[in-house]
Design a protein around this ligand. Structure first.
Ligand SMILES: [Mn+2]
Length: 240
């Protein structure tokens, strides 16, 4: 028995190399696991489950196929926070809350996208709070697809400009917040993505040895974690 974890693929039509790597990964690797956890930012952008095209249909078909061998879980990232139950149920996966605690091989594991850990980024946390409000989401989703596309594009431009002037530390997780939430959740393993800084960090939580494993974004390399009863390893493979 094994579990597989990925995040931050940022799938988009303009990167067919990453889409192909993902489809191959589902067939060759993820389908051999009992469970696949997609920890957010599967897509570069998402403006609602009703915005459909051939590209999205291809991904949905691949997820449905994988779902025959592997149970798939997803938690929303900051790019695809609008993926909802319609796309989830038609693609054969289940949406988890962020954060989620799951028992895995006798151990409690904390799963997050990772954006909640970036507590130093006050502007982003304020936007996150607004955009996760059901009322804001209803209003947004009731706009025409064209209007939503324009708003999403403008938000992206503003966010890009803000990101360029933010300090590196602000864009990373707050170590204090990592310890706080791990202690509060009584876990010794945290798995997340978002920061695009793939690495396994040995830390201490409640004076006990603990680990925080950060998944990488898919670009020149694809990143995943493979967990079984005896090990939990961050792995990568070349895409281009
Ligand atoms: Mn993210």
């Amino acid at each position: 028995m094994a579990y597989c974890f990925i995040s931050d693929l940022h799938l988009q039509e303009s990167r067919p190399d990453i889409t192909k790597a993902f489809l191959d990964f589902l067939d060759d690797t993820a389908s051999k696991a009992e469970k696949l956890y997609i920890l957010g930012d599967l897509f570069e952008a998402w403006i609602g489950d009703d915005d459909q095209n051939n590209f999205i249909s291809e991904i949905r078909a691949a997820l449905l196929k994988t779902n025959k061998t592997t149970k798939i879980f997803f938690l929303n990232g900051n790019r695809d926070f609008l993926i909802g139950t319609e796309f989830a149920s038609s693609s054969g996966f289940e949406i988890l809350n962020d954060p989620t605690i799951e028992e895995m091989f006798g151990n409690n594991v904390l799963l997050m996208h990772g954006d909640l850990l970036c507590t130093e980024d006050h502007d982003y946390q304020a936007f996150r709070k607004t955009s996760r409000d059901p009322k804001w989401q209803d209003e947004f989703l009731n706009k025409s697809i064209q209007e939503r596309r324009e708003i999403a594009h403008n938000l992206r431009t503003i966010s890009k400009e803000a990101t360029e002037i933010k300090k590196e530390e602000i864009m990373d997780v707050s170590t204090a917040e990592v310890i706080r939430i791990m202690e509060e959740s009584s876990v010794n393993l945290l798995i997340h993505g978002h920061t695009h800084r793939p690495k396994s960090h040995k830390i201490k939580v409640n004076d006990q040895p603990a680990e925080r494993i950060v998944l990488g974004d898919w670009d020149a390399y694809g990143w995943y974690i493979w967990m079984d009863s005896s090990s939990c390893e961050l792995k990568n493979f070349s895409i281009s």
